[in-house]
Ligand binder design. Structure first.
Ligand code: DON
Length: 589
């Protein structure tokens, strides 16, 4: 390149006299090349047909880290425009609904944990809920068997979507008008964007399911295979977004979009009604807050089990000097595994939508109770799950998802995890409206003891009831140090979510790992049932062998989670790290 420019400009290679001019011209050319990558007239600040993302950024004014480069860039462009972290989180989610159809969504739900510049701690629940016609045994066939195909695929697997209501509930903490926040997504849907090799492969792998689960063939169905660099244009989705821009949440929950959803349901024996949509409300809830070694951990409360599980696991290891055991040492891994096992046994028995079922949160997170839970912990051997079971409460108490972390220079911090449940949810796209519906109904316990998509079991606490929200594992989390944002963390991964957040926090707080190591190093997972210790490729073999000798049944599995972390460095800069397990990207300014 330099050689070509030199020839074109007639510059001799070693001419000292003109070297400053040469460097200056090169600089100008570099800058103009960079800006010519930007879209010519568009609002999207990066060329959506040719882009690469960063895995780690360090910046002064703000940062966004999400599952997709274009979405992270949209978020940062909103920060640059004067928006705060809440504005950026909203815009990033709208963008993800377009560029990351496997999990970014309008037809799903999620949770937001936030802290605004004034120090207010916020959580917003926009989890899907069971339709009015749902009932406890809706997935049990005539022989009494649970039909997980129905709870995981197609029209009947969908809960009433919550995402759009959640974004409007978030608007009260934002500064910019909706038009600014949604326009990049509209542009990306209307003009399209280039898909990556992995996205092409993912869509190709989906063709059979798409044809099976759809009554009107969506744009994702293609007769010749998708390939890297193909442009994905989503006109129907652009029109849905435009209706939301014009009419607010009613542009989704009422009128044309609601009609399209209900017509889609009727074509595929789904049960979501116009009333279900009209009555959906996102809820602001008190976040679940606890202290760990002087840090304030702010997590999501029910109907996500995330905050309580994190609390239980962290407290079960807090007084055991885990740092001295060493990162990835057999002793530390075993201790954390036993904490995970015990917390998940409680999840199965006691956790569900607290609006419908009295979840004994105070008891489950009581220090004495948690010490009691670890009483039969033996550092020399596995405690079989059959000997653990849910804890005995001493008194009655009065895998596809996506996470984004955002921070700004004014002290606003936002962690959002949002999902369709399975990758591409129910695989049903609303005909004429262009978005995937979730298959979140499978997160209910469809029959006591029958494992869901992630192997989690449950019972009464998480049984299906009309209007009830299904129990989640999503764990968007903010950590404060001296009352100021320190970490903004979260991940997808079904039931592995709380254990990944747990490990990421312990990696940073106790093992003092760099943020990239805390995210990239192999993780492990135990969820009580099945009684298996899962680990990722690259996990120390010595620890696996030692655990096997102690009685653990171990299983190598695929990538666990896609953790996105923002850490505030001692000099006040923001370090954003995107997981290298996927095409996730950090962006800062
Ligand atoms: O809410 C939950 O716990 C699940 N529906 C999350 C699904 C998920 O993370 C899938 N991602 N890989």
């Amino acid at each position: 390149m330099i050689a070509i420019i030199s020839v074109v400009l007639g510059i001799k290679k070693h001419s000292m006299r003109i070297r400053p001019l040469y460097i200056f011209i090169l600089f100008l050319l570099f800058v103009s090349c960079k800006s010519s990558q930007r879209s010519a007239e568009g609002i999207v600040s990066i060329n959506p047909y040719s882009y690469t993302g960063e895995k780690r950024t360090v910046s002064e004014n703000g940062a966004v880290v999400s599952a997709h480069t274009l979405a992270s860039e949209v978020g940062v462009s909103i920060l640059k425009k004067g928006g705060n972290a809440f504005d950026a989180a909203i815009a990033t989610q709208f963008a993800l609904a377009v560029v990351y159809p496997g999990a970014g969504n309008l037809g799903g739900g999620g949770f937001l944990v936030g802290r605004n510049a004034e120090g207010k701690l916020i959580s917003i629940d926009y989890r899907e809920k069971a339709p009015g016609l749902a009932h406890r045994d809706m997935y049990i066939d005539k022989d009494g068997k649970a039909d997980t195909d129905k709870s995981q695929n197609g029209h009947l697997s969908s809960g009433v979507p919550g995402t759009v209501a959640g974004l409007f509930e978030t608007m009260q903490y934002a500064k910019l008008p909706l038009k600014d926040l949604i326009s990049p997504a509209i542009e990306l849907a209307e003009k399209g964007f280039a898909i990556s090799k992995n996205e092409a492969a993912s869509l190709n792998g989906l063709q059979f399911a798409l044809k099976k689960q759809n009554t009107v063939m969506p744009v994702f169905v293609k007769n010749i295979p998708w390939k890297a660099g193909d442009t994905l244009v989503q006109k129907d989705l652009a029109n849905t977004l435009k209706r939301i821009l014009e009419k607010g949440a009613a542009g989704f929950y009422e009128g044309e979009t609601a009609r399209l959803i209900v017509e889609e349901m009727k074509r595929g024996h789904g049960i979501i009604s116009l009333d279900d949509l009209k009555n959906y409300k996102a809820k602001q809830r008190a976040p679940h807050i606890f202290n760990y070694k002087g840090y304030t951990i702010i997590g999501m409360s029910m109907p996500s089990s995330g905050g309580v599980l994190l609390h239980q696991m962290m407290k079960m290891v807090e007084d055991r000097n885990i740092a001295s055991m060493g990162f990835h040492s057999t002793a530390a891994v075993q201790l954390m595994t036993e904490a995970e096992r015990r917390a998940y046994a409680d999840r199965a028995e006691y956790m569900g939508d607290a609006d419908f079922y009295k979840v004994p949160v105070d008891m489950l997170t009581n220090d004495v109770y948690l010490q009691q839970r670890m009483k039969n912990y033996d550092p020399a051997k596995a405690t079989p799950s059959s000997e653990v079971g849910p804890g005995v409460l001493v008194a009655a108490e009065s895998e596809e998802t996506t996470h984004l972390s955002v921070i700004d220079k004014d002290g606003n911090a936002v962690a959002v995890t949002t999902t369709l449940n399975n990758g591409y949810g129910s695989r049903t796209v609303v005909g004429g409206a262009g978005f995937f519906m979730n298959d979140e109904m499978d997160d209910f316990s469809i029959k006591p003891g029958v494992p869901n998509l992630y192997g989690a079991v449950g019972g009464e606490a998480n049984a299906i009831q009309p209007g009830k929200r299904m129990l989640s594992s999503m764990t968007p989390t903010i950590v404060l140090k001296d009352n100021k944002p320190f970490l903004v963390v979260g991940t997808p991964g079904g039931t592995t979510i709380p254990t990944q957040v747990f490990q990421t926090l312990v990696n940073i707080i106790d093992f003092n790992l760099s943020t990239t190591d805390a995210v990239y190093k192999p993780k492990f997972h135990h969820q009580w049932l099945p009684d298996l210790f899962y680990f990722e490729k690259g996990f120390p073999e010595s620890a696996v062998t030692a655990l096997q000798k102690m009685g653990y049944t171990t299983r190598l599995r695929g990538a666990i989670g896609r953790t996105e972390v923002i850490k505030v460095l001692p000099d006040g800069k923001f370090e954003a790290v995107a997981d290298n397990r996927g095409e996730d990207a950090a962006a800062g300014w």
